[in-house]
Write a protein that binds this ligand. Structure first.
Ligand code: C2E
Ligand code: CA
Ligand code: CA
Length: 686
């Protein structure tokens, strides 16, 4: 934890340096003063010692010089030399002749220069020798020289001790202070620094600074507490800031009145939805919904009711369009927008539009008022009408405005042709739902010919719709519509009954023909279909072998095992089965083997260009060969020429139907045709 710090920058280290420096400098000054004072004392001591010594030997020396006693003089001088410090001692006559003299060299010392400088190399003393009471007569002189080194050496030793002890004290004091400072300040401060580093600037109050233990009550503890209080305050203020920002963005994203998306966020969603549709290759519809006459609701019932009305519309839109396919937003005012993605075609958009209109027009009670309202919708489709979100929305808005001019409570598509097509189809759907009840359907029968015997062996029943205004509507147009809305189940049952009735009538007239009925995939998916068909056969009292059902490959691919089971049940009952439009779908041998089918119908698209288009000829041949090897009877459909008929019969195709023999006919005409056809054969043979 101290790594990030250079030691020399740390407070404790700097304190150590300061203390060392101050202690050393002051110690040195104080001890220098001490040492100098000591030196002065040593110097005076030297002088005092000398005067004492002189006083001590003065009498004996005077006696020796007075009585010219060299022995005594030598005794005195030798006695003095016992002292180490005495370098020279002399007793002189008054004329300066020495009575006794002795000297030795100065003691050697490395500190000699210092000693010489401080105290001088030696101290010299000279005293006149006189007798007591007669102070005028000088008998001689006493001379003594003292070497300063012995005293100076002692002084030096003391000075060294003084200096070292001062330095040692400074160092020890410095170290102790350094340690105390480190423990009390540096270490807890570094811990605090570490703790501060872990504070998250985004959420400063999530993790507060830890108080170093033992410092709860001192300045550090107070500091940490104060800082933490600040952090908490910052955190709170940040949170308030965030909340405010959230509120602002929510306000911007959602419409306050209805809680739906606002226009801006809707555009983002639309962009994303468009990208998704692009990836999935699906269509997308933008439906702009404007409330009809909203202004008058506002005027008559007040703004509050107006607001409640808008909220109700929003609720209704959300309840009737739930699911991730839909995005709903309020564009502002009385306008809403709905996006539906994952569409297969525009018709689905029309269905949604109808559902919206129906839901909105339900009456509602708003504050005692019984408000009933309607809406007008404008629809634009991606990608056909526009591919950019803003253009798409604009198209839908324009369409809604245009539609409002034409009336209320309806929808309109952006592109006129699509609008017309969808309108037509919606009308057709409506008409179709009444066609059965209004008896507008009838069946025609197209003969099926045995190509070898040239006899009519059966007929395919084909549905015709005589529309009161449009005339004959082709089944290729209305059958998909009725499959889409499910009405094919009822219509198909009617066809089956008519066909059975006809088979019965023909049988009674001596025309035992097999009638082929087209069975739609939607019919085959019904759970009750097998019972319905067998029940019908029973009711009309015709043998099951008289009925053939034509199914397309696609109709049993969706739920193969279910279809196989149903077809088996029908086949077991004696009904024969044909695969219609063979060659246009999967044409897989695997399922063909599983299917209890007896007939393969070669689609008319291959027969049309037979002998002209090589590939169509090859496919036809393949189907005929396949039928032979699987033991299935092959029926060629759409035979229009003698060449086709001849080729097919030569190639081994068993049965055929087509305009070459006859168009689909009304039952009465059919009977005449059969008689005439058989008559012609007999004549030809004759
Ligand atoms: P599909 O089952 O393939 O019927 C054969 C269609 O080919 C019939 O058209 C028939 O009129 C037509 N056709 C027959 N011979 C020739 C020919 O030589 N040349 C040409 N160009 N066409 C020929 P249609 O009656 O318009 O029926 C069309 C389709 O409508 C049928 O095709 C069938 O899929 C469906 N359909 C008709 N009636 C019914 C029905 O009662 N129920 C169901 N589910 N579908 C039906
Ligand atoms: Ca058919
Ligand atoms: Ca066909």
């Amino acid at each position: 934890m101290h790594k990030s710090f250079k030691v020399e920058n740390r407070l404790d280290y700097r304190i150590l340096r300061w203390i060392l420096a101050v202690a050393l400098i002051s110690g040195v000054i104080v001890s220098a003063i001490q040492v100098v004072l000591d030196a002065q004392r040593v110097s005076t001591d030297l002088d005092n010692q000398a005067s004492q010594t002189i006083a001590m030997v003065k009498d004996a020396s005077t006696q020796a010089v007075f009585s010219i006693d060299a022995d005594l003089a030598n005794q005195v001088v030798d006695g003095l030399f016992a002292r180490e410090a005495v370098r020279l001692a002399q007793i002189l006559h008054a004329n300066g002749e020495p009575l006794s003299s002795r000297e030795r060299p100065l003691t050697e010392s490395v500190f000699r220069p210092l000693i010489n400088w401080m105290f001088g190399a030696e101290r010299q003393f000279r005293t006149e020798l006189m007798r007591n009471g007669n102070s005028d007569t000088v008998y001689g002189y006493f001379v003594v020289h003292y070497d300063t080194a012995p005293a100076a050496n002692i002084w030096l030793g003391r000075a060294i001790v003084t200096f070292t002890s001062v330095i040692a004290t400074a160092v020890i004091l410095g170290m102790v202070l350094y340690f105390v400072f480190y423990m009390l300040l540096t270490r807890p401060l570094l811990r605090i620094v570490n703790s501060v580093k872990q504070v998250d600037p985004a959420h400063p109050d999530d993790r507060l600074i830890a108080t170093p233990s033992g410092h709860e009550k001192d300045e550090l503890g107070h500091w940490v507490k104060a800082t933490n209080t600040l952090l908490i305050a910052i955190g709170k203020s940040q949170e308030r800031q965030r909340e405010a920002e959230d509120r602002v963005s929510r306000l911007a994203r959602y419409d306050q009145l209805t809680g739906l998306l606002s226009r801006d966020s809707f555009m983002d969603m639309l962009q994303a939805d468009i990208e998704e549709s692009k990836r999935n290759h699906t269509l997308l519809s933008v439906i702009v919904c404007g409330i009809d006459d909203f202004k008058s609701i506002n005027d008559q019932c007040g703004f509050r009711t107006g607001d409640l009305t808008l909220q109700t519309v929003a609720d209704r839109l959300m309840s009737c369009l739930n699911g991730s396919r839909f995005t709903i937003a309020r564009l502002g005012g009385d306008q809403f927008v709905i996006v539906e993605k994952g569409l297969k075609d525009g018709f689905q958009a029309a269905d949604t539009a109808e559902a919206i209109l129906a839901r909105i027009s339900e009456t509602m009670g708003v504050e005692g008022h019984n408000v009933s309202m309607t809406a007008t919708l404008g629809i634009a489709l991606y990608p056909s009408d526009a591919i950019q979100p803003d253009r798409l929305l604009q198209s839908a808005e324009q369409t809604m405005m245009l539609a409002k001019q034409k009336g209320r409570d309806h929808f309109q598509f952006y592109v006129a042709s699509i609008d017309q097509e969808i309108r037509d189809r919606k009308q057709l759907e409506k008409d179709l739902s009444q066609a059965l009840a209004m008896d507008q359907f009838h069946l025609v029968y197209q003969p099926q010919i045995d190509l070898q015997t040239k006899r009519v062996i059966g007929a395919e029943a084909l549905l015709r719709w005589e529309h009161p205004v449009r005339g004959l509507v082709p089944p290729d147009y209305f059958i998909p519509v009725s499959e889409n809305n499910g009405s094919i189940v009822e219509i198909g049952q009617w066809v089956l009954e008519q066909a059975c009735l006809q088979a019965k009538l023909w049988a009674d007239k001596g025309l035992p023909l097999r009638v082929a009925v087209n069975l739609s995939a939607v019919q085959l998916r019904q759970d009750r279909i097998v019972d319905d068909i067998l029940g019908t056969l029973k009711r009309y009292d015709i043998p099951a072998g008289r009925l053939e059902l034509e199914v397309t490959e696609t109709s049993f691919m969706t739920n193969l095992s279910d279809a196989v089971a149903k077809l088996h049940a029908l086949n077991r009952a004696g009904i024969s089965l044909a695969v219609d439009d063979f060659g246009t779908g999967y044409s897989s041998l695997t399922y063909l083997k599983k299917m209890p089918v007896q007939h393969l119908k070669i689609d008319k698209q291959f027969i049309r260009d037979l002998l002209i288009n090589e590939e169509d000829t090859r496919i036809t041949n393949t189907i005929i060969d396949l039928g032979r090897s699987l033991n299935l009877t092959v029926v060629a459909e759409g035979v229009e020429t003698a060449e086709q008929e001849y080729y097919l019969s030569q190639r081994g195709c068993k049965l055929a139907q087509g305009y070459f023999f006859s168009k689909p006919l009304r039952p009465a005409v059919f009977e005449t045709f059969v008689q005439g056809f058989h008559q012609k054969i007999i004549e030809n043979n004759a």
